[in-house]
Ligand binder design. Structure first.
Ligand SMILES: O=C(O)CCC(=O)C(=O)O
Ligand SMILES: [Fe+2]
Length: 222
Protein backbone atom coordinates (compact mmCIF):
# COMPACT_ATOMS: atom_id res chain seq x y z
CA UNK A 1 0.00 0.00 0.00
CA UNK A 2 1.26 3.46 -0.80
CA UNK A 3 0.01 7.00 -0.41
CA UNK A 4 -0.97 6.94 -4.09
CA UNK A 5 -3.75 4.39 -3.81
CA UNK A 6 -6.72 4.94 -6.04
CA UNK A 7 -9.25 5.00 -3.16
CA UNK A 8 -8.01 8.47 -2.22
CA UNK A 9 -9.93 11.61 -3.23
CA UNK A 10 -7.92 13.48 -5.85
CA UNK A 11 -8.51 17.19 -5.98
CA UNK A 12 -5.24 17.97 -7.73
CA UNK A 13 -2.89 20.73 -6.62
CA UNK A 14 -5.39 22.75 -4.60
CA UNK A 15 -4.78 25.82 -6.77
CA UNK A 16 -8.49 25.56 -7.47
CA UNK A 17 -9.29 25.78 -3.78
CA UNK A 18 -13.09 25.53 -3.66
CA UNK A 19 -13.33 21.71 -3.94
CA UNK A 20 -10.56 21.33 -1.35
CA UNK A 21 -12.37 23.65 1.06
CA UNK A 22 -15.60 21.70 0.52
CA UNK A 23 -13.81 18.40 1.12
CA UNK A 24 -12.06 19.59 4.30
CA UNK A 25 -15.35 20.95 5.65
CA UNK A 26 -16.80 17.42 5.53
CA UNK A 27 -14.10 16.10 7.87
CA UNK A 28 -15.31 15.39 11.41
CA UNK A 29 -14.13 17.80 14.11
CA UNK A 30 -12.64 20.33 11.73
CA UNK A 31 -12.77 24.05 12.63
CA UNK A 32 -12.45 26.93 10.18
CA UNK A 33 -10.70 30.00 11.57
CA UNK A 34 -12.82 33.15 11.50
CA UNK A 35 -11.84 35.92 9.14
CA UNK A 36 -12.12 36.34 5.39
CA UNK A 37 -8.50 37.22 4.70
CA UNK A 38 -7.18 33.70 5.01
CA UNK A 39 -8.57 30.17 4.70
CA UNK A 40 -7.24 28.28 7.72
CA UNK A 41 -8.50 25.00 9.17
CA UNK A 42 -7.67 23.32 12.48
CA UNK A 43 -8.32 19.83 13.67
CA UNK A 44 -7.37 18.61 17.13
CA UNK A 45 -6.28 15.01 17.58
CA UNK A 46 -5.68 14.50 13.86
CA UNK A 47 -2.77 12.10 14.46
CA UNK A 48 -2.68 9.56 17.28
CA UNK A 49 -0.07 10.23 20.00
CA UNK A 50 1.69 6.91 19.24
CA UNK A 51 2.17 7.86 15.59
CA UNK A 52 3.38 11.34 16.63
CA UNK A 53 5.97 9.72 18.94
CA UNK A 54 7.19 7.44 16.15
CA UNK A 55 7.60 10.37 13.76
CA UNK A 56 9.52 12.32 16.44
CA UNK A 57 11.98 9.39 16.62
CA UNK A 58 12.36 9.45 12.84
CA UNK A 59 13.04 13.22 12.88
CA UNK A 60 15.63 12.81 15.63
CA UNK A 61 17.41 10.16 13.56
CA UNK A 62 18.02 12.51 10.59
CA UNK A 63 17.79 16.10 11.83
CA UNK A 64 20.18 18.83 10.64
CA UNK A 65 20.12 22.66 10.90
CA UNK A 66 17.18 24.09 8.94
CA UNK A 67 17.81 26.08 5.81
CA UNK A 68 15.69 28.82 4.30
CA UNK A 69 14.90 29.21 0.63
CA UNK A 70 14.33 32.96 0.18
CA UNK A 71 17.22 33.83 2.49
CA UNK A 72 17.21 37.43 3.69
CA UNK A 73 20.63 37.19 5.30
CA UNK A 74 19.30 36.95 8.87
CA UNK A 75 20.85 33.78 10.28
CA UNK A 76 18.44 33.89 13.23
CA UNK A 77 15.41 33.73 10.91
CA UNK A 78 14.85 30.01 11.11
CA UNK A 79 16.79 28.47 13.93
CA UNK A 80 15.13 25.06 14.09
CA UNK A 81 16.43 21.73 12.85
CA UNK A 82 14.89 19.93 9.87
CA UNK A 83 14.55 16.24 9.08
CA UNK A 84 13.53 14.87 5.68
CA UNK A 85 11.32 11.86 6.29
CA UNK A 86 11.83 8.67 4.28
CA UNK A 87 8.84 8.20 1.94
CA UNK A 88 9.01 4.39 2.21
CA UNK A 89 8.83 4.33 6.03
CA UNK A 90 5.50 2.76 7.13
CA UNK A 91 4.90 5.49 9.72
CA UNK A 92 5.49 8.18 7.09
CA UNK A 93 3.16 6.37 4.68
CA UNK A 94 0.49 6.31 7.41
CA UNK A 95 0.81 10.09 7.84
CA UNK A 96 0.75 10.69 4.07
CA UNK A 97 -2.42 8.64 3.73
CA UNK A 98 -4.10 10.53 6.56
CA UNK A 99 -3.15 13.88 4.99
CA UNK A 100 -4.39 12.85 1.54
CA UNK A 101 -7.71 11.63 2.96
CA UNK A 102 -8.15 14.84 4.98
CA UNK A 103 -7.28 17.41 2.30
CA UNK A 104 -8.22 15.51 -0.84
CA UNK A 105 -5.05 16.93 -2.41
CA UNK A 106 -3.31 14.56 -4.82
CA UNK A 107 -0.09 13.20 -3.25
CA UNK A 108 1.93 13.78 -6.41
CA UNK A 109 1.61 17.55 -5.92
CA UNK A 110 3.16 17.35 -2.43
CA UNK A 111 6.77 17.93 -1.49
CA UNK A 112 8.28 15.16 0.65
CA UNK A 113 7.13 15.31 4.26
CA UNK A 114 9.49 17.34 6.48
CA UNK A 115 9.93 17.39 10.23
CA UNK A 116 11.10 20.36 12.29
CA UNK A 117 12.49 20.40 15.81
CA UNK A 118 12.71 23.60 17.88
CA UNK A 119 14.72 23.71 21.10
CA UNK A 120 14.34 26.49 23.70
CA UNK A 121 14.82 29.89 22.03
CA UNK A 122 14.43 28.55 18.50
CA UNK A 123 11.79 29.93 16.14
CA UNK A 124 10.79 30.52 12.52
CA UNK A 125 10.27 34.28 12.23
CA UNK A 126 7.25 35.70 10.35
CA UNK A 127 7.25 34.43 6.77
CA UNK A 128 5.01 33.19 4.00
CA UNK A 129 5.44 29.67 2.66
CA UNK A 130 5.20 30.71 -0.99
CA UNK A 131 8.21 31.96 -2.94
CA UNK A 132 8.30 35.62 -3.93
CA UNK A 133 8.30 36.04 -7.71
CA UNK A 134 11.24 38.23 -8.61
CA UNK A 135 13.51 36.98 -5.85
CA UNK A 136 16.90 35.74 -7.03
CA UNK A 137 16.16 32.07 -6.38
CA UNK A 138 12.57 32.02 -7.61
CA UNK A 139 13.28 30.06 -10.80
CA UNK A 140 15.45 27.56 -8.98
CA UNK A 141 12.65 26.71 -6.53
CA UNK A 142 9.62 27.07 -8.78
CA UNK A 143 10.50 26.35 -12.42
CA UNK A 144 9.51 22.67 -12.29
CA UNK A 145 6.65 22.31 -9.80
CA UNK A 146 5.48 25.93 -9.62
CA UNK A 147 4.80 27.88 -6.45
CA UNK A 148 3.21 26.49 -3.28
CA UNK A 149 -0.54 26.12 -2.96
CA UNK A 150 -1.54 24.62 0.41
CA UNK A 151 0.40 24.08 3.62
CA UNK A 152 -0.52 21.34 6.08
CA UNK A 153 1.25 21.18 9.42
CA UNK A 154 0.83 18.87 12.41
CA UNK A 155 2.20 19.47 15.91
CA UNK A 156 3.73 16.23 17.15
CA UNK A 157 3.99 17.26 20.78
CA UNK A 158 3.24 20.05 23.21
CA UNK A 159 6.26 21.98 24.50
CA UNK A 160 6.01 23.09 28.14
CA UNK A 161 5.85 26.77 27.11
CA UNK A 162 5.94 28.79 23.91
CA UNK A 163 6.10 27.49 20.35
CA UNK A 164 2.70 28.77 19.21
CA UNK A 165 2.06 29.68 15.58
CA UNK A 166 0.84 33.22 15.07
CA UNK A 167 -1.21 34.43 12.08
CA UNK A 168 -1.12 38.19 12.51
CA UNK A 169 -3.58 39.09 9.74
CA UNK A 170 -6.43 37.27 11.46
CA UNK A 171 -5.13 37.89 14.98
CA UNK A 172 -4.93 34.20 15.74
CA UNK A 173 -2.37 32.37 17.84
CA UNK A 174 -2.53 28.58 17.58
CA UNK A 175 -1.14 26.65 20.53
CA UNK A 176 0.81 23.46 19.84
CA UNK A 177 -0.93 20.32 20.99
CA UNK A 178 0.01 16.72 20.23
CA UNK A 179 -1.61 15.61 16.96
CA UNK A 180 -3.28 18.96 16.13
CA UNK A 181 -3.43 19.78 12.41
CA UNK A 182 -3.35 23.17 10.71
CA UNK A 183 -4.07 23.53 7.00
CA UNK A 184 -4.19 26.75 5.03
CA UNK A 185 -4.42 27.97 1.46
CA UNK A 186 -1.41 30.11 0.55
CA UNK A 187 -3.47 31.68 -2.24
CA UNK A 188 -6.55 33.87 -2.37
CA UNK A 189 -9.68 32.44 -4.01
CA UNK A 190 -8.53 34.04 -7.31
CA UNK A 191 -5.28 32.00 -6.95
CA UNK A 192 -3.05 35.04 -6.33
CA UNK A 193 -0.43 34.71 -3.56
CA UNK A 194 -1.97 35.69 -0.21
CA UNK A 195 0.27 37.83 2.04
CA UNK A 196 -2.27 37.37 4.86
CA UNK A 197 -0.81 33.86 5.26
CA UNK A 198 2.17 35.45 7.03
CA UNK A 199 2.89 33.29 10.08
CA UNK A 200 5.41 33.07 12.88
CA UNK A 201 6.60 29.86 14.54
CA UNK A 202 7.19 31.56 17.89
CA UNK A 203 10.07 30.82 20.23
CA UNK A 204 9.90 27.75 22.39
CA UNK A 205 10.25 28.95 25.99
CA UNK A 206 10.48 25.59 27.74
CA UNK A 207 10.75 22.06 26.41
CA UNK A 208 11.11 21.05 22.76
CA UNK A 209 8.66 21.41 19.86
CA UNK A 210 8.26 19.03 16.93
CA UNK A 211 6.10 19.57 13.85
CA UNK A 212 5.71 18.05 10.43
CA UNK A 213 5.02 20.15 7.37
CA UNK A 214 3.67 19.22 3.98
CA UNK A 215 3.68 21.76 1.17
CA UNK A 216 1.76 21.34 -2.07
CA UNK A 217 2.70 22.78 -5.48
CA UNK A 218 0.91 23.93 -8.60
CA UNK A 219 2.34 21.07 -10.63
CA UNK A 220 3.53 17.55 -9.70
CA UNK A 221 6.67 17.39 -7.57
CA UNK A 222 9.64 15.50 -9.01
O1 LIG B 1 6.56 25.71 13.62
C1 LIG B 1 5.64 26.48 13.33
O2 LIG B 1 4.80 26.84 14.16
C2 LIG B 1 5.58 27.03 11.94
C3 LIG B 1 6.40 26.26 10.94
C4 LIG B 1 6.39 26.88 9.60
O3 LIG B 1 5.82 27.91 9.41
C5 LIG B 1 7.07 26.25 8.45
O4 LIG B 1 7.77 25.25 8.64
O5 LIG B 1 6.90 26.75 7.32
FE1 LIG C 1 5.73 28.39 7.33
Amino acid sequence: MTANDTDMPKLGSGLDAAPVVDHIMTQPGVQKAAGAKLTLFLKRGFLAPELCATIIDRIDAVRRPSTIADSNGDAAYRTSETGDLAPDDPAVIAVERALAAFTGLAPEFGEPLQGQRYAVGQEFKPHTDYFEPGNADYDRYCSVAGNRTWTVMVYLNQPEAGGATRFKAIDRIVQPETGKLLAWNNRRPDQSLNPATLHHGMKVRSGVKYVITKWYRERPWG
